[in-house]
Design a protein around this ligand. Sequence first.
Ligand code: ZN
Length: 134
Amino acid sequence: MTKCNTHSLTCPKCSQAREVVLYDSINADHDPLLKEKLFKGGINMFQCEPCDVVALVNYPLLYHDMKRKFIVQYFPPDVLEDENFFKIFRKNGTLSVEGLPDGNYMKEPHLVFDMNEMLRYVVFRDNVFETGQA
Ligand SMILES: [Zn+2]
């Protein structure tokens, strides 16, 4: 499921509040246009036109591909400074998700702390789905 909300953020240059749509998650199967937008750098970007400011918002983003059965979860790198962040994981680095059977791909999202790495991983999975071994 794709999930987004409108947030009001302050421009670092002119201090004006600007509305920005922030996505929590993108479903690549339901919303192929959002996938395209993601690859063009148009997701979770703050923009202030008069100041010519365009910047990625520090906001987690989940990318879900149901057809190819994978999830990539982006976390802004600041979370690594936050002790509580680690409490949502098991010691083996997997997410603690209730109610899903073992071996379900949704239990083991690929974690990234860099948006470019998210895009590279999606390219990898898209291509390996086409030409990889069974
Ligand atoms: Zn501004």
